[in-house]
Design a protein around this ligand. Structure first.
Ligand code: ACO
Length: 331
């Protein structure tokens, strides 16, 4: 029997875009000293998508946004606000959100970028829900778009095997349908910022020939530390979120975790006592696409029919900053 739901801010449309070029582990074997078996065993990743040279996060984000609008039965003119989560903006400014506003032909509505590394999309989603709930911006586009291939050191085997490019988007509006948010949890810890960082290119260390020579414009990561911190933070934020919703982990039907490493996802499933089969993964195909992971995954899960009506879906992210985020939605 169809349950009557109140109208609340809800995800009413999703979209995704993945660049055409596929970079397989076998391709990486020819670039650095690594092997398909090492990458699959230690991470679960088999291939990732790489944007074309001139393809920017705003191009990928605009494509995902147009798909989300279409699936919501809306046009760019219907949007009241654009929030874009990215760590790899097209330009320092204008923001990627402004590029997307122009590319999709939206009205002259507010548009801004938000940076919380891999947790950025969920930060943006929470902002959007609040804006819609207040009624000030009734229809909000939230995009996660990344071109991580532009900040990866392709001669560093510790990091270059992990990341990929792509974009995902959602539309948030008052609705009785779609994914309504029941609870959320956001957090950060700047004291651990050095474990995952791009040191140069900001105002602290502007790009100079010396900095570029040292590769400081690329992702630097203390992999083992990040691994441990990621599991702890993801478990804690998931539990905080469920506590706010007065729910037990077993009441969650579907989990979309940040797609960094299969071993992190397996450990999370153990710690939350939730069967691994309830966890969505696409990291074997796309690697870690940072802020784009979760909206791409959500779009794929919905279009595959994996998320059933009334199902409680837990989204869990972790990223540089450090930052973490979770959101519990009911479809
Ligand atoms: N191929 C072959 N060998 C490798 C590779 C590779 N691609 N990378 C590292 N190794 C080697 C190391 O050099 C090391 O060799 P040594 O023992 O001779 O020194 C050995 O493998 C083990 O290296 P570890 O770093 O200890 O390997 P680990 O099991 O920790 O796996 C990994 C490394 C995959 C990076 C893991 O630590 C991890 O996933 N960490 C979390 C990463 C993450 O989640 N990052 C992003 C989160 S937030 C965001 O998305 C921005």
């Amino acid at each position: 029997m169809q349950r009557l739901r109140q109208s609340r801010p809800a995800i009413v449309g999703t979209g995704a875009y993945l660049p055409a070029k596929v970079l397989r582990n076998s391709d990486l074997e020819r670039m650095v000293e690594t092997s398909d078996s090492w990458i699959v065993e230690r991470t679960g990743i088999r291939e990732r998508r790489i944007a074309a040279e001139k393809e920017c996060p705003s191009d990928m984000g605009a494509a995902a946004a147009l798909m989300a609008l279409e699936r919501a039965g809306l046009a760019p003119n219907d949007l009241d606000l654009i929030i874009v989560a990215t760590t790899t903006p097209d330009t320092l400014f204008p923001s990627t959100a402004c590029h997307i506003q122009q590319k999709i032909g939206a009205r002259k509505i507010p548009a801004f970028d938000l940076q919380a590394a891999c947790s950025g999309f969920l930060y943006g989603l929470v902002m959007a829900y609040h804006m819609v709930a207040l009624g000030t911006y009734p229809t909000v586009l939230v995009v996660g778009a990344e071109k991580l291939s532009s900040i990866v050191n392709w001669s560093d085997r510790n990091t270059c095997v992990l990341f990929g490019d792509g974009a995902g988007a959602v539309i948030v509006q008052q609705s009785t349908q779609g994914g309504q948010m029941i609870a959320h949890d956001l957090g950060s810890d700047g004291s651990q910022g050095q474990v995952l960082t791009v040191p140069a290119g900001g105002s602290r260390l502007p790009l100079t020939p010396e900095n570029i020579g040292e590769g400081l414009q690329f992702i630097q990561m203390a992999g083992k530390k990040v691994f441990r911190l990621a599991i702890d933070a993801m478990e804690t934020t998931a539990r905080n979120c469920l506590k706010k919703a007065a729910l037990q982990p077993e009441e969650v039907g579907y989990v979309i975790p940040h797609q960094a490493n299969m071993r992190i996802i397996e450990l999370l499933s153990e710690r939350l006592h939730l069967p691994l089969k309830r966890f969505f993964t696409h990291l074997e195909r796309y690697g870690n696409t940072s802020a784009a992971c979760i909206p791409i995954a959500l779009h794929e899960a919905l279009t595959a029919g994996d998320i059933r009506p009334m199902e409680k879906v837990l989204l869990i992210a972790f990223g540089g900053g450090l930052t973490w985020a979770s959101a519990l939605l009911e479809w």
